[in-house]
Design a protein around this ligand. Structure first.
Ligand code: ATP
Ligand code: MG
Length: 566
């Protein structure tokens, strides 16, 4: 392709409304342009990268035995009503009416459509398992579309759905997809982690998120520094601390006056006692009644873990009145001592000696509180993991990293097949709901994540598999006939050998062309200039390392071919 003929509008300045590096660089490199909030045009260069990502995904999905289809983007409301999600999904679901006033939505995901498709066609266990995927445009009316292609409203997703007769078969496909995803993101040249998103919950439901590690990621990940354990911070398990052999305290419990001091910070400052000697007592409403949840003052309670520990349908912080009824005090002064409700305490509370709690009365706290001696509790892991916590799988320590979720695999179980009647006949002729899994990858987000991970102050550094071109030729001065002839000859030769090559044939200053080359980040650049040509040489430069090589003009095509196929 000739630069002069290409819609490749590079920008010298960063656009004002770009929040992250990938968005800034993809705008500047003329890859994307905003049409409306979260809705983008993919210009030729951006489109080429997206097609590269899609190509890798398609190859690996096909190799894994999945089959490609294309489902509609516009979905009748009835299907979503059948699954119950028409009511559940909320405002991210863009709903539209047709000319007959029938309701439709723009598909944000396609469990309903695929379940409908499969229930109509598949009858017997003999036809199972199957894995069906598509690469298609989704629409989600995200509340805060931002970061360019990373969180759009309209975006391209690869979504796959598998159907099984047995649980073992579903688990096997889950592992197959896990490995396939690892291959896909490795081939994309990304540094990533597969992260446990939900573990051991009832009904065999589990899921992994694939996270590209980058400072700008929206998700926090707890990853072990010794083994492969990694989990979303909200889900990460924390190894319980070893029981201490500190002797029990002999100090009696004592009430102290703390007028107006409610929060952990206030009480800690007022009593001059560090936060890790305080016990936070939070009163929750659950489907099993009122529960007091305890964590050490410097930690955060994790409601999801509390909910799972209790196996409760919901957990909700109790309102002022319920707190008063339970503790006899306003919010901020609760104590587990002599509290008449179930008490769940985080493992971090167990080893505390002479701790501080509320006093179950206004403007007072209790000091020298000792778990076991002064109150009874059930101990569980109910707090957020923090840097330095023990890994739940090995003796290592957890570190907190940031990541961008590019893929998600999920064992769905029978949620949709039961709701929508997707059944099959098993070997004994008994009718059963199919067991399902679903597997998504954000295509545009993967491209953007690659830029987040691979760039420098001058621009993008494409990993070879995602690069929009394999090589760029830069003739320094297009007014010099010799330069032009050499550049054109190399261009034709490389094209003839099947290399996807960009020729910067613009009549621009050398500085402008070099800046643009660095910005758009093609891995290999051949620079053709008068001075080198006089000695029969051209310069080949690697974008990533900056390594420069002078090669004989007649060897240049061969050298390019060798490098790109290495
Ligand atoms: P997030 O938590 O980031 O909103 P999600 O859990 O809603 O993601 P899924 O429903 O699992 O995402 O969708 C599968 C994949 O689609 C995600 O892993 C992500 O790569 C991509 N994706 C989801 N929402 C968006 C979006 N708004 N813009 C671009 N890609 C997206
Ligand atoms: Mg989302």
């Amino acid at each position: 392709m000739r630069f002069s003929r290409m819609l490749l509008p590079t920008l010298k300045e960063s656009p004002a409304d770009a929040d992250v590096v990938s968005q800034r660089l993809m705008m500047r490199a003329g890859m994307i342009r905003k049409v409306a909030a979260g809705i983008y045009n993919l210009l030729p260069l951006g489109f080429k990268v997206v097609k590269k990502v899609e190509g890798i995904i398609r190859e690996e999905m096909n190799r894994a035995g999945a089959q490609e289809v294309l489902m509609p983007m516009v979905i009748p409301a009835e299907l979503w009503q059948e699954s119950g999600r028409w009511e559940e999904y909320g405002k991210e679901l863009l709903r539209v009416n047709d000319r007959h006033n029938r309701e439709f939505c723009l598909g944000p995901t396609h469990e309903e459509v695929i379940t409908d498709m499969v229930r109509r066609e598949v009858r017997s266990y003999r036809e199972l398992p199957m894995n069906i995927y598509q690469i298609q445009t989704k629409f989600r009316d995200e509340i805060r579309p931002r970061f360019g292609l990373m969180r759009g409203r309209e975006f391209i997703m690869k979504d796959a759905y598998s159907f099984h007769a047995t649980d073992e078969s579903a688990d096997q496909e889950y592992r197959n997809m896990y490995e396939t995803y690892c291959r896909i993101f490795e081939r994309c040249g990304l540094e990533f982690r597969a992260v446990e998103a939900e573990t051991g919950a009832i009904g065999g439901r589990f899921s992994h998120e694939f996270m590209v590690l980058a400072e700008t990621g929206e998700d926090a990940i707890a990853a072990c520094d010794a083994c492969s354990y990694a989990a979303n911070v909200e889900r990460a398990e924390v190894r319980a601390v070893e029981p201490s052999n500190e002797p029990e305290s002999q100090r009696p419990v004592e009430r102290v006056s703390t007028p107006g001091q409610k929060t952990i910070e206030e009480v800690s400052a007022f009593l001059k006692i560090p936060r890790e000697k305080l016990i936070k007592t939070l009163i929750y409403e659950t489907d099993q009644g009122i529960v007091a949840a305890l964590v050490r003052g410097d930690y955060e309670l994790n409601e999801m873990k509390l909910k799972r520990t209790l196996d409760s349908a919901f957990v909700k912080l109790a309102d002022e009145q319920k707190v008063r009824e339970t503790t006899g005090a306003p919010v901020g002064f609760a104590s587990p001592v002599k509290l008449k409700c179930r008490v769940i305490a985080d493992h971090s509370v167990r080893e505390l000696r002479d701790a501080v709690t509320g006093a179950n009365e206004a403007d007072a706290h209790t000091v020298n509180v000792n778990p076991g001696r002064d109150f009874k509790a059930e101990f569980a892991d109910i707090r957020n993991a923090v840097e330095g916590d023990g890994c739940p799988r090995c003796a290592g320590k957890l570190t907190i990293k940031r990541g961008i979720e590019v893929g998600h695999i999920f064992k769905l179980g029978t949620k949709y097949s039961v709701a929508m009647g997707a059944t099959f006949l098993d070997e004994e002729g008994k009718e059963k709901p199919m067991i399902m899994g679903c597997y998504g990858i954000g295509v545009g987000r993967t491209a953007a994540a690659s830029v987040e991970q691979n760039h420098d102050e001058f621009g993008i550094i494409w990993p070879r598999p995602l690069s929009p071109f394999e090589c760029e030729i830069v003739p320094v001065n297009v007014k010099d006939a010799g330069t032009v002839n050499a550049a054109e000859a190399l261009y034709e030769e490389l094209k003839g050998k099947g290399v996807d090559v960009l020729l910067d044939d613009r009549d621009e200053r050398a500085g402008v062309k070099f800046k643009d080359a660095d910005l758009i980040g093609i891995p290999l650049r051949v620079t053709i200039g008068e001075r080198n040509l006089k000695q029969g040489l051209v310069e080949i430069k690697e974008r990533k390392t900056g390594t420069v090589k002078l090669v004989k003009t007649e060897d240049s095509a061969g050298e390019v071919l060798r490098t790109i196929s290495a």
